[in-house]
Design a protein around this ligand. Structure first.
Ligand SMILES: Nc1nc2c(c(=O)[nH]1)N[C@H]1C(S)=C(S)[C@@H](COP(=O)(O)OP(=O)(O)OC[C@H]3O[C@@H](n4cnc5c(=O)[nH]c(N)nc54)[C@H](O)[C@@H]3O)O[C@H]1N2
Ligand SMILES: Nc1nc2c(c(=O)[nH]1)N[C@H]1C(S)=C(S)[C@@H](COP(=O)(O)OP(=O)(O)OC[C@H]3O[C@@H](n4cnc5c(=O)[nH]c(N)nc54)[C@H](O)[C@@H]3O)O[C@H]1N2
Ligand code: SF4
Ligand SMILES: [Mo]
Length: 680
C-alpha cells in the first residue's frame, strides 16, 4: 500500500481543433492524471467540458502511444517498423533532406500539417521557421474554413464577429450550417440562457441532428443552396420594409445592386432551389427582420461546398441589412481569430525564405501534388494531421503515399492510417507535456499552457523536433535555439488594440487573458474592407473574377449521379482524432449514412441494410439509417473513421473531390455526388 499520496488540481487547456478552447482542471495523483474536468473559474468553460475530453486520460496513457522513433522495414501500406534512436532518425531525415535539396531543390520538400494540436508554437511556430529556412514548398492550409473565411472577409473585412458571451442577449438566433451541440457546446450554453430570456433559436441544416433537436425550429435545406436562401430572405426583407435604412446608408456599400439582385430571388423560386417551402422562407425572413438583437452563428458545414465562400458572404450581409451590428447580442459570428491574432511574422519568420516566390501547394490537392507535380514532391513531413483519412480524394492520396521514391516522415502520438505509408515515424508528446499558447477561433481568451507531465518515453513536441532539426542543420541559433517561453514572448509582441499590451507575466499569473473589446464587436466602428463599409457590392470580388454581388451558383458536380453526399464530422471524435479510442468508438457504434425514407423505399432499402456508395473517385461500404433526417436525394454520414483497426470500415474521403471552392482555395467535401446499391 502506498504510504503517502499527493492529490492536486492543476490547470490545463484543451488542445483540440474545437472553437471552445476549454480551460481544464486536471486532478493529479502522485504525478499521474486521475481525472479531467472543466475549469469552473474560466468564464467560458464554466466547469463544463465534452465527453471526449473528460476521458482524455485514456488517450494520454493509451497502450498504443508511440514512444520511440521507428523506421519502416516492411512494404508501404503495412505497419512494419523497427525501433531506432533519435540520433538515427535525425541523421536519416537530414541526409534525405540534403539529398533532395541537392538533386531536386527545396520545392521537392513538402510539410503537411494542420491543427491536431492548436497550440500556437506547436502548430505554427518552430515548424514554420524550419520549413521557411529550408525553402520548402509552402502549404496552403485550406482544409477547414478557408472558403467561408474568404467570403466573410469580402463582406466584413476581417475574421471577426461578436463576443460569444454576449449572445445571451440575443432575441432571435439562426444557427446556420453549424452543429453546435456536437461542435461548439459552450455556444449552446449561451444560447440556452438566451432562450430562457425569451430568444427563439432556428437551426438551418441539411441534416436533422442533435442541434436541430435542441433548437426551437429546424429548417432542412438542400446542400449547397444557402446563398439562394439568404437572397430569398433579403427579397422579403426589402419588399416588406424590414431593413434598417439608416444603418444601410451609413455603413454599407452597394445597397442598390443588392436590391436588384434580391429581386431575382422570390420565395417560390428559392423554394425550388433549396427544397424549403416558400411560406417557410417568407416566415423566416419576417421573423429575422422583426427581431432585434438577432444573431447568426455561421458554421463550417455550409462552406465545404463549391459555392461555400459565396454562401458565407451572402449570409454575412443579413445583419447589416437589418442593422444588427453594434447592438449587444446582435450581429454574426463565423470566427473571431482576428481579435486574438498574435505576431505571426515574428512567430513564423517568413523572412527566412530564400525565395519568396517558392511554389505553394493547396493541401486539398495532396493527391495531385504527390502524383503529378513538377518538381515532384520527394520528401513529405506530416505532423498534426492524418491526411490518409482527412484529405479529399483519398484513393489518389494513398496512391501518392505509396510511391516508392517518396520519403515520408510522420510525427504523431499514434499509428494512424497515415503512418502506414511512413518511412520514419516519430513519437509526439501530448499537449500535457508541452508549454504553449492557445487562442480560440470563437471566444476571446488567450491561454498559457504549462506542462503538467514529463514527456513520455522518447516523445518530443513539434516545437522541440523542429528546433533540434534546425540546430542539427546548422541554422541560426538565435532563431532556432530558443525556449518556448522566448517564442511565446515573440508571439505576444504585437501592437494590437485587442491584445492591448498583454504580457507573458500576466498569462503566467492568471492563466488566461481576455482580448480587449470595448464594444459588442469591432463593427460597425471599424470595417476593414477596401471601402471601409460593409460591402454588399465588392469590387475586389469583381476583380478576382467572382460575382461582385451575392449570387447563387449551383455546385459543380455533374448531375448524373442521383445523391448528394455530405460527409461531416461526428459527435465523439474530432476529425479523425479519437478514431482509435474504444470508449468513443463504442458510442459511435459504426459509420452509417442517413437516408430519406422515400429514397429508401424507392430502392427497396431498409434501416440497417448495407450499401455500396460510389462515384468515379471511389466507393465506400456503409449501413443506411432510414429516417426523415434528410431531404430526398441527400445522404449524410458522420465521422472520419480510421480504416486500420476498424474491421470493415471504409473512409468516406475516397468519394470526395480535390476540386477547390469558389474562393479561398477551400475544400469541397460536401459537394459530392454518388450513387448506391445494396450489398448482401
Ligand atoms: N465533436 C466534434 N467537434 C468538432 C469537430 C469534430 O470532428 N467533432 N471538428 C472541429 C472542427 S475542425 C471544425 S471545422 C468544426 C466544424 O463544426 P461545424 O462548424 O459545426 O461544421 P460541420 O460539423 O462540418 O457542419 C455543420 C453542419 O452543416 C451541415 N451542412 C452541410 N452542408 C450544408 C449546407 O449546404 N447547408 C447548410 N445549411 N448546412 C450544411 C452539416 O449537416 C452539419 O450539421 O467543429 C470542431 N469541433
Ligand atoms: N470528408 C470530410 N473530410 C474532412 C472534414 C469533413 O467534415 N468531412 N473536415 C475537415 C476539417 S474541418 C479539418 S479541420 C480537417 C482536420 O484534419 P486533421 O488536422 O488532419 O485532423 P485530425 O484527423 O484530428 O488529425 C490530427 C492528427 O494530429 C495528431 N496530433 C495531435 N497532437 C499532435 C502534436 O502535438 N504533434 C503532432 N505531431 N501530432 C499531433 C493527432 O494524433 C491526429 O492524428 O479534416 C477535414 N476533412
Ligand atoms: S473538445 Fe472542445 S468542448 Fe471538448 S474540452 Fe476540448 S475545447 Fe472543450
Ligand atoms: Mo476544421
Amino acid at each position: 500500500m502506498p504510504t503517502t499520496t499527493e492529490t492536486k488540481i492543476v490547470r490545463s487547456v484543451c488542445p483540440f481543433d474545437c472553437p471552445d478552447a476549454c480551460s481544464l482542471h486536471v486532478t493529479m495523483q502522485d504525478g499521474v492524471i486521475e481525472s479531467i474536468d472543466g475549469n469552473p473559474e474560466h468564464p467560458v468553460t464554466q466547469g463544463a467540458i465534452c465527453n471526449k475530453v473528460r476521458h482524455l486520460r485514456e488517450r494520454v496513457y493509451h497502450p498504443d502511444r508511440i514512444l520511440h522513433p521507428m523506421r519502416r522495414i516492411g512494404p508501404k501500406g503495412t505497419l512494419e517498423f523497427e525501433r531506432i534512436t533519435w540520433d538515427e532518425a535525425y541523421e536519416e531525415i537530414i541526409r534525405r533532406m540534403r539529398d533532395t535539396l541537392a538533386e531536386k531543390g527545396p520545392e521537392s520538400i513538402l510539410p503537411y500539417s494542420f491543427y491536431g494540436n492548436m497550440g500556437i508554437l506547436n502548430a505554427e511556430g518552430m515548424d514554420r521557421r524550419f520549413f521557411h529556412r529550408l525553402g520548402a514548398s509552402q502549404l496552403e492550409r485550406t482544409i477547414c474554413n478557408a472558403a467561408g473565411s474568404a467570403g466573410y472577409r469580402y463582406t466584413m473585412g476581417a475574421a471577426a464577429g461578436i463576443d460569444p458571451e454576449d449572445t445571451v442577449h440575443s432575441k432571435y438566433v439562426l444557427v446556420w450550417g453549424c452543429n453546435i451541440v456536437s461542435t461548439n457546446m459552450h455556444q449552446v450554453v449561451y444560447l440556452t440562457e438566451a432562450r430562457k430570456r425569451g430568444a427563439k433559436i432556428v437551426h438551418i441544416d441539411v441534416h436533422r441532428n442533435r442541434t436541430s433537436a435542441w433548437a426551437d425550429e429546424f429548417i432542412g435545406i438542400l446542400p449547397g443552396t444557402d446563398t439562394a436562401l439568404a437572397l430569398g430572405m433579403m427579397h422579403v426583407l426589402i419588399k416588406e420594409g424590414l431593413t434598417d435604412p439608416e444603418f444601410i446608408a451609413r455603413y454599407t456599400k452597394g445597397y442598390e445592386e443588392l436590391v436588384a439582385q434580391a429581386e431575382l430571388y422570390p420565395p417560390d423560386k428559392v423554394s425550388q432551389i433549396t427544397g424549403i417551402p416558400a411560406d417557410a422562407i417568407t416566415q423566416l425572413a419576417r421573423d429575422y427582420g422583426n427581431a432585434s438583437p438577432s444573431f447568426i452563428r455561421i458554421g463550417n458545414g455550409l462552406q465545404h461546398h463549391d459555392n461555400g465562400g459565396m454562401a458565407v458572404r451572402a449570409i454575412a450581409c443579413l445583419p447589416a441589412l437589418t442593422g444588427q451590428w453594434g447592438k449587444l447580442g446582435g450581429g454574426a459570428l463565423k470566427g473571431n481569430g482576428y481579435y486574438s491574432a498574435v505576431n505571426s511574422y515574428k512567430l513564423e519568420r517568413p523572412d527566412l525564405m530564400p525565395d519568396r516566390n517558392v511554389r505553394s501547394i493547396n493541401m486539398n490537392r495532396l493527391g495531385e501534388a504527390l502524383l503529378d507535380s513538377e518538381p515532384s514532391v520527394d520528401f513529405m513531413f506530416v505532423y498534426n494531421s492524418n491526411p490518409a483519412v482527412v484529405a479529399p480524394d483519398q484513393n489518389r492520396v494513398r496512391q501518392g503515399l505509396m510511391r516508392e521514391d517518396l520519403f515520408t516522415v510522420v510525427h504523431d502520438l499514434f499509428l494512424t492510417d497515415s503512418c502506414q505509408y511512413a518511412d520514419l515515424v516519430l513519437p509526439a508528446t501530448s499537449h500535457f507535456e508541452n508549454r504553449d499558447l492557445y487562442a480560440s477561433y470563437w471566444h476571446l481568451y488567450l491561454q498559457l499552457h504549462e506542462p503538467i507531465l514529463e514527456p513520455m518515453g522518447e516523445c518530443k513536441s513539434n516545437f522541440t523536433l523542429f528546433k533540434e532539426l534546425g540546430m542539427r542543420m546548422g541554422f541560426e541559433a538565435e532563431i532556432f535555439d530558443i525556449t518556448e517561453e522566448q517564442m511565446i514572448r515573440q508571439a505576444l509582441d504585437r501592437n494590437s488594440p485587442y491584445l492591448n499590451g498583454l504580457t507573458y507575466e500576466q498569462l503566467e499569473r492568471d492563466g488566461w487573458a481576455k482580448m480587449k473589446l470595448d464594444k459588442p464587436s469591432m463593427f460597425p466602428d471599424r470595417i476593414p474592407t477596401p471601402s471601409g463599409k460593409i460591402e454588399f457590392y465588392s469590387e475586389a470580388m469583381r476583380r478576382a473574377g467572382l460575382p461582385p454581388v451575392p449570387e447563387y451558383v449551383p455546385i459543380q458536380e455533374p448531375e448524373e449521379l442521383p445523391f448528394l453526399l455530405v460527409t461531416g464530422p461526428n459527435h465523439s471524435f474530432i476529425n479523425s482524432t479519437f478514431g482509435n479510442q474504444d470508449r468513443l468508438k463504442r458510442l459511435e457504434k459504426q459509420p452509417t449514412a442517413d437516408m430519406n425514407a422515400e429514397d429508401a423505399a424507392a430502392r427497396g432499402l431498409q434501416h440497417g441494410d448495407r450499401v455500396r456508395i460510389w462515384n468515379e473517385r471511389g466507393e465506400c461500404r456503409i449501413a443506411v439509417k432510414v429516417a426523415n433526417n434528410v431531404l430526398p436525394g441527400v445522404l449524410v454520414t458522420q465521422g472520419l473513421w480510421w480504416e486500420h483497426g476498424n474491421e470493415g470500415v471504409q473512409a468516406v474521403n475516397s468519394l470526395t473531390s480535390q476540386r477547390l471552392s469558389d474562393m479561398g482555395g477551400g475544400a469541397t467535401f460536401f459537394s459530392t455526388r454518388v450513387d448506391m446499391e445494396k450489398i448482401e
